[in-house]
Write a protein of this length. Structure first.
Length: 684
């Protein structure tokens, strides 16, 4: 039997989901993360979940992993020291950047300019130049290149980036620098810009390649260490990592191209939500992935997640495809505090994380968190993870009482204030990916997952007007589900930079066909059968003179049948939807992109036995919780005993191994055929 194991490492817990591809049976497990070495938590989880399934690691054919190693390296400033080789005259390309200062008026006065990932003293120029058409104007000088590489060697750089003028059209000069670097700096990984990002715009190409170089040593060590430990544990299966765009890449390729992993962690939840939506018959979804440290939100339309061409991590914005995920520092471990200066309650972005964690976890935490507030209000029962993780309610009460005392209010009001603020933070993030992108959130369902998502999804759905609020099956390990059910993906891009009036559909189709052959070969080399590969295309279009473009999906057949007029007409419609206007300027074809996808796992959801609407068989006990300004009677249910069509009136709590779902007063929940809990307003 073939088994697939999805593993998602979060700030607080490491989630695992094991699938038997033959029978569709699955096992799930959560184990505390080990921030000092993520592989320790992973190996602990692998041993536990294999024992539960009565298999050995040798039975796992595919190990599919979402990771935040690259993300954390950037956020924490722990990337490698990067040496940068540029063309003559471009010494300060990283410092000049785009001269963009965030913030409003006078933002330049107070904005601390971030330190470039490649320092000025580690940047060196070489002779040689390619033309804007990719022809050699001046040859490179080997002696000059060697001299600059020797200087970088003396500087002690840990990674090397080579980004030369117009290299996206002709990478011969960069290739020569790479060959000499292999001699002079044999142990230093080299990233060439025409390989990492073969697109126009020197700064974006350089920045993306520098970011790739900065995280290569960190990601490489992590991947090799994990692969070695898994092999030692007996797992001989294939190890793949989740890309920022929701696809998979081999662990070997991830060592060379780790810039594609910067949003690997959040991408798993989005791909998992698509699988849930497909099985539940819900096409338009807003996702609310609430973990211990942060909340990630995304928009899915017609079971397709929005993708963007820029991956943003902290102050860094690189040109790499990613799912359009927004992140806010609002999670179960977010710390509540009252600054002396303002005397107003604040929640996050600081987090108690996995260590020491919320006070209620009993691991030494002393500061009040969102989880502690949920415990105080009665939204979290006394135990998590199927009763194996006991909560310290008394400790939670004492910690939240410090907030109540600082504000001069009673305990429950303080706890509810913490929850209301964190819900508003989540609401703000959801508005960024819906309202601010031209979407009406009332046209979407809201799916809450992650360990804390289902406990907040009802309240946030009320703020958004997005119904139903969905608590999927196994919400706490949905990211791991996404890792396990997605497919291999690779892409390539080329700059075209031609006015639509100066080219035709046949010319575009010829280039796209070349790109298709390239990426098909890449996936075949990674073990995907030729017949299992699907290829899609994107064309970046803008009005001539604009500084940004809009990607448009296209097929070769539609392009050849409709011509460029049909493509630019679709662009006009999308531009008007996004920005409410069109321009009279000519259309410009900027970049072409081809994406190759491996076969999707056709995994149907398990159907639940059908009930008569009465959930009493799943009732655990009566309960009291604080809601709408008063204590109210509620009922706690065991999710594993619910049946399809069961109707649960609020207020109620549904508990399971990996998460807790809160159904608020004046709301009602219905269990669908595959076990999702759908919450709506009772009077709707």
């Amino acid at each position: 039997m073939a088994y697939r194991l999805g593993v998602d490492v979060g700030g607080t817990f490491t989630d695992l989901l094991l699938f038997d591809q033959g029978s569709g049976a699955f096992w799930r497990h959560k184990t505390p993360s080990t921030p000092h070495d993520s592989s320790e938590g992973i190996l602990t989880g692998v041993e536990a979940i294999c024992a539960a399934a009565e298999i050995t690691p040798a039975d796992i054919e595919y190990f599919l992993h979402g990771t935040t190693v690259a993300t954390n390296a950037v956020l924490e400033g722990k990337g490698a020291r990067v040496g940068l080789i540029v063309s003559e005259g471009y010494h300060q390309i990283m410092q000049i950047a785009r001269s963009f200062v965030p913030g409003g008026l006078a933002g330049w006065i107070v904005w601390p300019k971030p330190q470039p990932l490649a320092a000025l003293e580690d940047t060196f120029e070489i002779k040689g130049r390619m033309s804007a058409q990719g022809d050699e104007l001046r040859a490179v000088d080997d002696a000059d290149i060697r001299a600059q590489l020797e200087r970088l060697k003396a500087q002690g750089v840990e990674a090397l980036t080579v980004s030369l003028m117009n290299a996206y059209l002709n990478g011969a000069h960069e290739q020569r620098v790479g060959e000499l670097a292999a001699e002079i700096l044999p142990d230093v990984p080299v990233s060439l810009s025409h390989v990492v990002l073969p697109e126009m715009q020197e700064y974006e190409r350089t920045l993306t390649t520098v970011a790739n170089a900065a995280v290569r040593p960190v990601v490489g060590r992590y991947v090799r260490n994990l692969r070695s430990k898994l092999r030692d544990a007996g797992m001989a299966g294939k190890l793949s990592l989740l890309r920022s765009d929701g696809g998979l890449m081999t662990s070997e390729k991830s060592e060379e191209h780790p810039v594609s992993l910067l949003m690997s962690g959040p991408a798993g939840g989005v791909t998992g939500a698509i699988w849930v939506g497909k099985n539940a018959g819900i096409k338009n979804i807003l996702t609310l992935d609430v973990g211990g440290t942060s909340t990630d939100v995304a928009l899915i339309e017609n079971l397709e997640a929005r993708r963007v061409r820029t991956t943003e991590v902290g102050h860094l914005a690189v040109r790499a495809s990613a799912l359009d995920v927004k992140t806010v520092g609002a999670g179960g471990g977010s710390i509540a505090y009252v600054p002396e200066l303002t005397g107003a309650l604040r929640v996050g972005p600081q987090s108690a994380g996995a260590v020491p964690g919320p006070v209620a976890y009993g691991k030494g935490g002393t500061l009040p968190t969102v989880t502690d507030a949920n415990v105080v209000l009665g939204y979290l029962p006394e135990a998590l993870l199927g009763g194996t993780f006991k909560l310290d309610r008394e400790g939670a009460v004492k910690s939240v009482q410090t907030i109540a005392d600082a504000l001069g209010i009673e305990l429950f009001a303080a706890a509810r204030g913490i929850i209301d603020i964190v819900n508003e933070n989540m609401f703000g993030a959801l508005r960024m990916i819906s309202v601010q992108q031209g979407y009406d959130p009332r046209d979407f369902a809201l799916m809450g997952f992650g360990g804390a998502g289902p406990i907040h999804v009802n309240a946030v759905a009320r703020l958004m007007g997005s119904w139903p609020a969905i608590s999927p099956v196994s919400p706490g390990v949905l990211c791991a589900l996404g890792d396990a059910t997605t497919r291999m993906r690779t892409e390539t891009a080329r700059s075209f930079s031609t006015l639509a009036s100066k080219t035709d559909a046949e010319a575009l189709a010829a280039v796209l066909s070349e790109m298709e052959a390239q990426i098909r070969a890449e996936l075949e080399d990674e073990g995907v059968a030729a017949g299992d590969i699907d290829v899609t295309f994107e064309v970046d279009i803008r009005y001539a003179g604009q500084a940004f473009e809009v990607p448009m999906g296209v097929t070769l057949l539609a392009l050849l049948e409709g011509g460029l007029a049909a493509l630019t007409g679709r662009f006009d419609e999308e531009h008007r939807r996004l920005f409410t206007f069109n321009m009279e300027s000519e259309h410009e074809i900027v970049n072409l992109r081809a994406v190759a996808l491996g076969v999707a796992l056709d995994l149907p959801a398990v159907q639940l036995p059908e009930g008569d609407g009465d959930p009493s068989a799943a009732k655990i006990r009566d309960h009291q919780l604080y809601m709408d300004g008063r204590m109210q009677p509620a009922v706690i249910y065991d999710r594993s005993k619910l049946r399809a069509k069961d109707v649960i009136p609020g207020p109620a709590i549904v508990i399971e191994m990996d998460s807790t779902t809160l159904i608020e007063a004046d709301c009602v929940a219905t269990v669908d055929a595959v076990g999702n809990i759908l919450i709506t307003l009772a009077n709707a």
